[in-house]
Design a protein around this ligand. Structure first.
Ligand SMILES: [Zn+2]
Ligand SMILES: [Zn+2]
Length: 337
């Protein structure tokens, strides 16, 4: 079968590789659509110490073509999506239902072959079918949606709560949507005006702040958030935005960190102490797919509008190169078969 294979810094090529086989508890998926995210671009740029020969891709949808003898949750021809963290099911974290913290975790598209291939073999308990009214391209975004949903789920009762989402990339825009659906008053914060305008136009963010062109404190006063936000979600992963997240949180507020930091960030911990902030880390997702599928199916969340660029599989190398250049209007890139 054909696959997109990482061959070193900024080099991804279409290559012939053996078609995977399945075990008795596995599913063979024929891949239809794959989303490219920041992690994939990180790999592309030579980060994360990923060995050459790795097939990336962890946001994907497809069709079941084969199931193992002991698989009962999905069947041949089902349209499916799958979580990408393969866990042991035996360690104390798995047993507590915190499978994202599994001590033996292996991530599809990082530690195991990913979805940028014609077929993928995957443990059946990670696979979920979705209604045919949802397209394969939309379904490829169930994974990033589930990352947002997983973080928001920890944030408690949100009706009329003032919530800031720092970073309006794909994850930030999905956070906006999930938070708005939960009744929160969302303020989207970024330095890119086009994504802020988009979030506001779509009704996902009630207010926006461009911290490059607007005065943050003044905009907070104007939007009746003078005392700060009840909840702040950091979805960028850099020192300045992390520091800002602690600054704009209300006293006794909650700060959720989802952004991927390249290097340690210097933070004034006295802000956390004196404001009695509650700080939460949120790492990938566990068992958030069924709820995410339902949100899309009920149209509480719009995934389609986030897809700005699609490429056929053969153009995969170009998709990576162009996505890596972060053109202005790009939100989500999809590679499809
Ligand atoms: Zn991703
Ligand atoms: Zn485990």
């Amino acid at each position: 079968m054909k696959a997109l294979v990482y061959q070193g810094k900024e080099k991804i090529v279409v290559k012939q590789v053996p078609k995977p086989t399945i075990g008795t508890h596995d599913v063979l998926m024929q891949i239809k659509s794959v989303g490219i995210c920041g992690t994939d671009l990180h790999i592309y740029r030579g980060g994360m110490n990923i060995p050459r020969g790795t097939i990336p891709g962890h946001e994907f949808s497809g069709i079941v073509t084969e199931v193992g003898k002991h698989v009962h949750n999905v069947k041949k021809d089902d349209h499916v999506v799958a979580e990408h963290v393969v866990t042991c099911g035996k360690c104390s974290f798995c047993k507590l239902g915190k499978s994202t913290l599994c001590t033996n975790r292996k991530v599809i598209g990082l530690d195991k072959p990913g979805a940028l291939a014609e077929f993928l073999s995957i443990p059946a308990d990670l696979v979920f079918s979705f209604p045919k009214s949802i397209s394969f391209d939309e379904a490829a975004l169930i994974e990033p949606l589930s990352i947002a949903l997983y973080a928001v789920r920890e944030a408690g009762f949100l009706l009329n709560k003032k919530v800031a989402v720092v970073g309006q990339g794909p994850i930030g825009l999905l956070l906006d949507q999930v938070l708005s659906a939960a009744g929160a008053l969302v303020t989207g914060i970024d330095i890119r005006q086009n994504t802020l305008t988009f979030a506001k136009k779509m009704g996902w963010a009630h207010h926006t702040i461009n911290t490059k062109t607007q005065n943050l404190a003044k905009r907070m006063r104007e939007t009746k958030a003078t005392d700060g936000y009840n909840r702040v979600f950091e979805a960028v992963g850099n020192e300045a935005t992390a520091a800002m997240s602690f600054d704009i949180a209300r006293r006794d507020g909650d700060v959720f960190l989802l952004g991927i930091f390249d290097s340690p960030a210097k933070i004034d911990l006295m802000k956390i102490i004196k404001k009695e902030l509650n700080v939460f880390g949120s790492w990938t997702c566990a068992y958030s797919f069924p709820e995410s599928i339902e949100l899309v199916w009920r149209k509480n969340v719009d995934l389609k509008s986030l897809i700005t660029h699609t490429y056929p599989f053969e153009d995969g190398p170009r998709a990576f190169a162009e996505a890596n250049s972060y053109s202005d209007k790009r939100i989500k890139t999809i590679i499809k078969f």
